[in-house]
Design a protein around this ligand. Structure first.
Ligand code: FES
Ligand code: FES
Length: 79
């Protein structure tokens, strides 16, 4: 399996809005982290959708190695 690039070894806090969809960058190459900007084209990566069920702050994974993508699960501390 292809290994994603580490955008940063820390999560990105984002204020999401209930009912909206967000497309998390799985490859690590987007210039608009933590979201996909199309830079994955030509790779085996595709973005992961996050559907907000409430308006709140969520922590999107920046290292791209989380076990609970697209959200941070603390794995970045082991990289
Ligand atoms: Fe990384 Fe699209 S730019 S998944
Ligand atoms: Fe990737 Fe925390 S930033 S697991």
């Amino acid at each position: 399996m292809a290994v994603p690039n580490i955008a940063q070894k820390a999560p990105y806090p984002v204020d999401v809005e209930a009912g909206k969809s967000y497309w998390w960058c799985a490859c690590g190459n987007s210039r608009g982290q933590p979201f996909c900007d199309g830079s994955h084209k030509g790779s085996t990566f595709t973005p992961v959708e996050f559907k907000a069920t409430e308006s709140t702050t969520v922590w999107f994974c920046g290292c791209k190695h989380s076990g609970t993508k697209p959200l941070c699960d603390g794995t970045h501390k082991t990289l």
